[in-house]
Ligand binder design. Sequence first.
Ligand SMILES: [Mg+2]
Length: 387
Amino acid sequence: MHRRHFLYSASGLAVSVSLPPCVQAMQKQMKITGLETDLLKMPPREPNYDAIHQLGVDTGQVVLRITTDAGFTGWATSNFGMLAGGPRVVQTILEHEVKPVITGMDPAFPKKIRAALWSALEYHGVTGVVQFALAATDIALWDILGKAAGLPVYKMLGAYRDRMPVYSMCGWYYDNDADLSKYKRQIQTALEQGYRAMKIKTGRYGVDDDVRRIRLAKDLAGPQCRVMVDANQAFNKNEALRRGRIYQEIGVFWYEEPLPPHEMEGYAQLAQQLDVRIATGENLYTRHQFLDLMLRRGADVVQPDNRRAGGVTEWMEIAALSDSFGLELASHGGGAANLNMLCAIPNAIYMETSGPQKIINGEVLAPESPGMSTELPRSYIEKYKIG
Ligand SMILES: [Mg+2]
């Protein structure tokens, strides 16, 4: 048989096989039919602090649902640990600017949708909260694709592992904690929860206070548990270098965000002058800023945030770039979307999270439900919904 005829007849045979309903849904073109949002506000709790932020007082979320004519609904959530007004801005962008662009488009084309949204929205946001809205949209699209295919998203993305090492972000600053008793209790709780790595904040006060905190964490954690430090942009380059030499002497696993995110040349100098891993990226937007950081050799561990860096599509491209540069990757933040992506990234080393989880040997298992596992219970939404 002529090769072309064989291929035609082979493809003819393939479509004649009776396919399960979910595959039939994928084969027919889907259309986005609508977009819904909920604005949530959490009650204030006792604040915690890093070097520059107060968290936990003005906390909110926007929940996104993208509906399709195939019956699948894609979910995503965009969280704000501070700035109660932030979710309202993201909600407005989603409802008034994203919705008209994506309605009628096929959710199986996330890169096409990303390009369309970029064209529509770049005027007021190649970075910033516009990107939060675009990222949430992309995460919801991948949730739809996973549900339609009957696969968890990490398998849709080309899985590398089915479990992921985690660390606990537990070493915060608190009010009225001069003796570090609250700080100590948080670290002990994380250890009891099964974590084998933890991160603590530094840089809010002087270097002596940093040393005291790091030593206490390392003493509590023991030699088997890694301790990372995060300075949240607190330093200039000279101070970052001075403290970094002390941190690495004590033996921290990584030194995170010592400088403001845009000081890429400063990051490059620190990465060259210190042996400890330099970690950064939570405040970078899109693959373009990450490429800039990597070309300058400004980090050893890149830390994309799935609200700022981009949704799944952009995030996976950043991850592939970081792998090409021989770098390690850790997520900024946790949850199901990060976990699905990390399980498909060979050079991923940690997911950031906190609180009780099912942890086995320092790892959490990948979600196995079809889609992204980003749905929230209706009762939770009703409880906190303000718009
Ligand atoms: Mg950080």
